[in-house]
Design a protein around this ligand. Structure first.
Ligand code: NAD
Ligand code: AHE
Ligand code: ZN
Length: 368
């Protein structure tokens, strides 16, 4: 079949929208009509050329929601008409990683996914007979996609696609980092570096669990108002203080119990660790730094009890946890609507990237 898609031909160049060819689902695969997709900073990261796994030409996008159109042989858990969110972190429930119950990083299809291919090593997308690569196993910048059954979370049918698509990455990443990775408890002091599409979800989850001080740090002063609305109690603009680490330590009587780095900058990663409380403070890296970058701190920071961890997709097990997060939104426990600042048709997708780069949007959502 034909599908409309935004193609990334080359690193650093705008996407171009075209009709591409899409092969139908093979065994264990599902054809999905994407109804809406968010634009995440990670799409920009890969498009910029900073992702070591970035390959071109590819169809980017990993924050979508849609409807099952058709299923290939051996698909048991889904049928045409089901509403779904594609998962860049699948959940096969059979691999060593899934069975461990210690991680959400299912590895069943990771190696082919990282090479822009379906699990059988081929691409379903092509243009004029030449293959186009998939991206993060999802490629939600295409109106129709083929994905493995294990990479789809079935969600309730009354949830609006134009909002819950954001649960495909940003909401789950931020909320999950608080609930599943850090397990922040009521009364804890929390510091959040970066108040964009991820950091604001960290903030709303910290408020949800009853955190005490929720300190937001961002160089963009325009982020303060939105962050306060979502639960931030104190704002630090790094340009207005001598030392961000000291500023957090002073506000928290010795340091944050938990900090979250939601920028992807190795300098702020260090600050996020070092503003944590001696003896127990935990810092969670969410931001994705460019290829070749490294983090550093004095080892004494760890010797004296601070803990450095990371979180991918919020530590969420997609098929299990994503439907629950959709329920929380539908029950009014999570605010997604106010974070979706812009909606665009696919033909204007590059404007969504421009808004993000200029710091003018939280999330732009493309509507098909
Ligand atoms: P975003 O662009 O919406 O937000 C980033 C924020 O950081 C902006 O508000 C910006 O003003 C602020 N910022 C930039 N430099 C800063 C600095 N030096 N000090 C303080 N603030 C600064 O991006 P996003 O969509 O929220 O994504 C944030 C990061 O998380 C990206 O690196 C993205 O790739 C990553 N990410 C990771 C996961 C995961 O699973 N680990 C999932 C999604 C996104
Ligand atoms: N090449 C990577 C993109 C970089 C990355 O770290 N991705 C994060 C998710 S960011 C979502 O916005 C991730 O969870 N990666 C898990 C993994 O196994 O790489 C990619 O994912 O293609
Ligand atoms: Zn993302």
């Amino acid at each position: 079949m034909k599908t409309k898609a935004a193609i990334a031909w080359k690193a650093g160049e705008p996407l171009s929208v075209a009709e591409v060819d899409l092969e139908g689902p093979r065994a264990g695969e599902v054809l999905v009509e994407i109804k809406a997709t968010g634009i995440c900073h990670t799409d920009w990261y890969t498009l910029s050329g900073a992702d070591p796994e970035g390959i071109f030409p590819a169809i980017l996008g990993h924050e979508g929601a849609g409807v099952v159109v058709d299923v290939g042989p051996d698909v048991r858990s889904l049928k045409a008409g089901d509403h779904v969110i594609p998962l860049y972190t699948p959940e096969c429930r059979q691999c060593k990683f899934c069975l461990s119950q210690k991680t959400n990083l299912c590895q069943a299809i990771r190696s082919t996914q990282g090479r822009g291919l379906m699990p059988d090593g081929s691409s379903r997308f092509s243009l004029e007979g030449k293959p186009l690569f998939h991206y993060m196993g999802t490629s939600t910048f295409s109106n129709y996609i083929v994905v493995p059954e294990i990479a789809l979370a079935k969600i309730r049918s009354d949830a609006p696609f134009d909002k819950v698509c954001y649960i495909g990455c940003g909401v789950t990443t931020g909320v999950g980092a608080v609930l599943f990775t850090a397990k922040v408890e009521a009364g804890a002091n929390v510091a959040v570096f970066g108040l964009g599409g991820i950091g604001l979800n960290v903030i709303q989850a910290a408020r949800m669990v009853g955190a005490d001080k929720i300190i937001g740090i961002d160089i963009n002063p325009a982020r303060e108002e939105m962050a306060r609305k979502f639960g931030m109690t104190h704002f630090i603009n790094p340009k207005e203080v001598d030392n961000v680490v000291d500023a957090v330590i002073q506000l928290t009587d010795g340091g944050a119990d938990y900090s979250f780095e939601c920028i992807g900058n190795t300098t702020t990663m260090r600050q996020a660790l070092e503003c944590c409380h001696k003896g127990w403070g935990q810092s969670v890296i969410i931001g994705v730094a460019a290829a070749g970058q490294e983090i550093s701190t004095r080892p004494f920071q760890l010797v004296t009890g601070r803990v450095w961890k990371g979180s991918a997709f919020g530590g969420a097990r997609g098929r299990t946890d994503v439907p629950k997060i959709v329920d929380w939104y539908m029950e009014g426990k999570l605010n997604i609507d106010d974070l979706i600042t812009h909606t665009l048709p696919l033909d204007r997708i590059n404007e969504g990237f421009d808004l993000m780069k200029r710091g003018e949007s939280i999330r732009s959502v493309v509507l098909y």
